[in-house]
Design a protein around this ligand. Structure first.
Ligand code: NAP
Ligand code: 3JN
Length: 360
């Protein structure tokens, strides 16, 4: 498949990176192991030396028997069943919300801690919604249901950049437009983009299947389904999840989410209005010190974050930082991150790292 993804870099992102001798090992299950997010979870567990004893790979009956590689060894994929979680300490879930709705509580009841990548539990008041750079303390709340929720990818990269600014200048309002990669819609969506690109250049008819419209050489201003208020679910996820993670219901957020013909990395144009005046240079200074953030902002050198540079990286890249001259206290910026890594799999593994270090 015609994807561009660099070798993963694992710098500047908080959390434990290597297991040292004598440390406890954990039995880990990856649910949705054959998907775009699941495959990245397996890779990140390996890259960061997560202290795994047994790795259990679970998917639907379609994939049962397939073999995936972890730490140089082949591991057989098993069909997800009610008794899949016996002896498991941590389960990383990404099989879709309807499957998590059934199996995450079963896994939690079997005694493991679930870190769920779907939207199923994100707004549940008894389930912490965590971005380690922003609200790691919230992980403590996992004990109520045995479940920790991973936010939506578009929310994660935005709050990593906004929280350090909020702490200094208090953000009153956020206006965000996203440019979301095809990988956010799963591995079949990436194949659709690749095939449509070839078909279009070869003069063949396009047959949309995952997306409602052709994605090659196009933009689709709809991600997920529409709600009664004319926003999409993806847009309202950004609104509601931002308030919960930042622990501030007063922040006003409005979003427009757009699918673009890019394989990896979501980009976001973000405008903020702050209570306290903050200059662009001060924002740059704050973000240069912020955990998990890399500032790429040198207009003279045409340096700004781009999806092809962020793919395969762990950091959230921020650039085009400038004052919004149309209002008193406004800042514009451009935020890019690998949606499958920081937007999903890496964030989940970082949560697991804090969990074993502080709570298990
Ligand atoms: P994907 O590439 O389509 O993979 C889906 C995975 O779920 C596959 O492993 C699939 O197994 C498995 N699965 C599907 N139905 C199942 C069932 N009934 N029982 C067990 N496993 C089942 O999708 P993806 O991109 O990895 O995303 C999966 C989910 O992760 C999404 O639906 C979403 O909830 C979440 N997600 C979250 C973010 C985020 O923003 N944090 C980003 C992307 C995705 P088979 O191969 O056997 O079909
Ligand atoms: O489209 C994207 O770029 C991100 C998609 C995330 C997603 C896709 C299908 C179902 C989600 C999510 O994480 O919110 C869900 C879901 O769990 O509802």
């Amino acid at each position: 498949m015609a994807v561009t993804k660099k070798k993963a870099q694992t710098k500047a992102v908080p959390g434990k990176k290597t297991a040292s001798k004598g440390k406890r090992l954990f039995n880990v299950a990856v649910v949705g192991a054959t998907g775009a997010v699941g495959a990245e979870m397996i890779q990140i567990l390996e890259e960061r030396g997560f202290p795994v004893n047994e790795l259990k790979l679970l998917a639907s009956e379609r994939s049962a028997g397939a073999k995936l590689t972890f730490n140089g060894k082949k591991v057989k994929v098993e069909e997800l069943k009610k008794d899949s979680f016996k002896g498991i300490d941590i389960a990383l879930f990404s099989p879709g919300a309807s499957v998590s709705a059934i199996y995450a509580p079963i896994a939690a009841k079997a005694g493991c801690v679930v870190i769920d990548n779907t939207s199923q539990f994100r707004m549940d008041k008894d389930v912490p919604l965590v971005v380690p750079e922003v609200n790691p303390h919230a992980i403590a709340g996992y004990k109520k249901k045995g479940i920790i929720a991973n936010p939506n990818c578009s929310t994660i990269q935005m709050v990593v950049a906004l929280k350090p600014i909020h702490d200094v200048a208090k953000i009153k309002r956020v206006v965000v437009s996203t440019y979301q990669a095809a990988s956010g819609a799963g591995k079949e969506a990436m194949e659709e983009l690749a095939h449509q690109t070839a078909d279009l250049l070869s003069g063949r008819d396009l047959k949309p299947s995952v997306f409602a419209h052709p994605i090659a050489f196009n933009l689709i201003p709809q991600i997920d389904s529409f709600l009664d208020n004319a926003y999409t679910k993806e847009e309202m996820k950004m609104v509601n999840e931002t308030k919960k993670i930042m622990e501030d219901d007063s922040i006003k957020v409005t979003a427009t989410t757009v699918r673009v013909p890019v394989f990896y990395s979501h980009s976001e144009s973000v405008n903020i209005e702050t209570a306290k005046k903050i200059a662009a240079d001060e924002v740059k200074k704050i973000l240069k010190k912020a955990p998990g953030v890399k500032v790429v902002d040198d207009p003279a050198k045409k340096a700004y974050p781009m999806p092809i540079d962020a793919a395969g990286c762990d950091e959230t890249f921020v650039g085009r930082i400038r004052e919004d001259e149309s209002i008193k206290n406004g800042i514009n910026m451009w935020i890019v991150a690998d949606n499958i890594r920081k937007g999903a799999a890496l964030n989940a593994v970082q949560i697991a790292e804090i969990l074993i270090e502080k709570y298990l």
